[in-house]
Ligand binder design. Structure first.
Ligand SMILES: C[S@@+](CC[C@H](N)C(=O)[O-])C[C@H]1O[C@@H](n2cnc3c(N)ncnc32)[C@H](O)[C@@H]1O
Length: 262
């Protein structure tokens, strides 16, 4: 499955739901491209990124989300064994990149159902994510059983927690230690996997996420390296509608942070 097509179509379904039209007019196209640029430069800022406008969420879902899903698929290939049911807690779900990426890795091995609890502070992601999950279920036959929650007390205990490009958000807001303690209380003992940039700009300067994350964290580069640039570029070139995005010049400069919440 081309994951750019999946997320772009999910985003267009959501556009229809919000505006009654699935058409990307010239005016909307310009605004989406502007938002794509703003997101691209925003990741270097020390301020948290907000996803409050529809245009920003659409621009994110049409490029960054599928890109992240391919990164998770590659990570899954190196680390996650086949299973019929994928059970996850997801923190900072956005449009659901990590869930889709891991499901895509597990689908050829017989994945039948995803059971995920999603915690996302920006509630307006909910309907867009739902559209993506709905399309994924229709196109693959994998049952998407997703519970969208407003508080970590709804996370399932002992269930793997995943987060994608959210540790950097927590770091920008000096919330990493608090987050770790909260997760130990809510889901521990459980494992956590987070993919993010290696460093993040915070108000006091540039910080390595691994050094900010505390003793039990470690960064892990997959045995073969990420090796997802070619998959991403091939899918991007082949996708039907290109609204915003670009070819990747190099492998993403990211790492996986793994943690035992205990
Ligand atoms: C960069 S986006 C990542 C979205 C998706 N996981 C992905 O990889 O494409 C980070 C998400 O984390 C959410 N987020 C940031 N801080 C959060 C918090 N303290 N609690 C819940 N969600 C948070 C943001 O609203 C945003 O949707």
């Amino acid at each position: 499955m081309n994951l750019f097509n999946l997320f772009i179509n999910g985003a267009l379904d959501h556009l229809k739901e919000e505006t009654d039209s699935r058409t990307v007019s010239t005016d909307l196209l310009a605004r989406l491209q502007e938002e794509h640029q703003a997101l691209s430069s925003g990741y270097a800022d020390a301020e948290p990124i907000n996803y409050q406008t529809l245009e920003r969420r659409l621009a994110y879902a049409m490029f960054y989300a599928p890109k992240h899903a391919y990164v998770w698929r590659e990570y899954g290939r190196q680390e996650w064994n086949d299973r019929q049911v994928l059970r996850l807690n997801s923190f900072g779900t956005g449009p659901g990149s990590e869930i889709i990426g891991l499901a895509e890795h597990l689908r050829p091995g017989g994945l039948r159902r995803v059971e995920a609890v999603c915690l996302e502070r920006e509630d307006s992601w909910r309907n867009l994510a739902h559209r993506v999950f709905q399309r994924y279920q229709e196109e693959t036959g994998v049952e998407m059983n997703v519970l969208w929650v407003t508080d970590s007390s709804y996370f399932r205990r002992n269930q793997h927690l995943v987060g994608s490009f959210v540790l950097s958000e927590l770091a920008r807001e000096s919330l990493l230690s608090q987050f770790r303690a909260e997760m130990v209380k809510r889901i521990g003992p459980a494992r956590g996997t987070f993919i993010d940039g290696t460093a993040v700009n915070v108000v006091t300067g540039k910080c390595l996420l691994s050094s900010m994350a505390g003793q039990n964290w470690y960064d892990h580069f997959g045995a073969r390296g990420w090796l997802c640039k070619d998959d991403i570029n091939t899918a991007w070139s082949a996708c039907n509608v290109k609204v915003c995005g670009h070819v990747l010049p190099a492998e993403p400069n990211i790492c996986a942070f793994k943690y035992n919440f205990r």
